[in-house]
Design a protein around this ligand. Structure first.
Ligand code: HEC
Length: 108
């Protein structure tokens, strides 16, 4: 009986955590904050994307050597020497993690 209660409690905590992560609208955040430079699909096929020579993230090889931690840090802190802005004040860590997953999903 006791074991069952503990298992239920663990299950509830887990359900709350996963539903929270799932509540983040990564596509919506991308459209709002990233699309104008990186493009709808991540191909950077925008005026700004071309001007700033941003990589095509729909190609798997573009970010193949970049870790999730680096993608996270680049989004949070910006990329020195480029026009990639810091989103530290605009996005929470959970939102940035959702965007990292979103970027990964763009690669073919
Ligand atoms: C003002 C234009 C602009 C906006 C807006 C922008 N970026 Fe960038 N981003 C850049 C540029 C320029 C680079 C550097 C060139 C490159 O890495 O291809 C870059 C690089 C990156 C990188 C590093 C990739 C690598 O090669 O390591 C990541 C990750 C990234 N952006 C994610 C995002 C996310 C997520 C958003 C939205 C929250 C965003 N960017 C919004 C211009 C922008």
């Amino acid at each position: 009986m006791k074991k069952q209660i503990i298992l239920t409690a663990v299950g509830l905590v887990f359900a709350t955590m996963t539903s929270y992560a799932g509540d983040i609208d990564a596509q919506g955040l991308w459209d709002k904050h990233c699309k104008k430079c990186h493009g709808d699909t991540g191909a950077a096929d925008t005026k700004l994307g071309e001007k700033l020579e941003i990589g095509d993230y729909t190609k798997a090889e573009t970010l193949a050597d970049v870790s999730d931690e680096e993608l996270f840090a680049d989004t949070k802190n910006g990329v020195d020497g480029t026009k990639m802005p810091s989103f530290e004040k605009k996005l929470s860590d959970d939102e940035i993690n959702a965007l990292v997953a979103h970027i990964r999903a763009m690669a073919k």
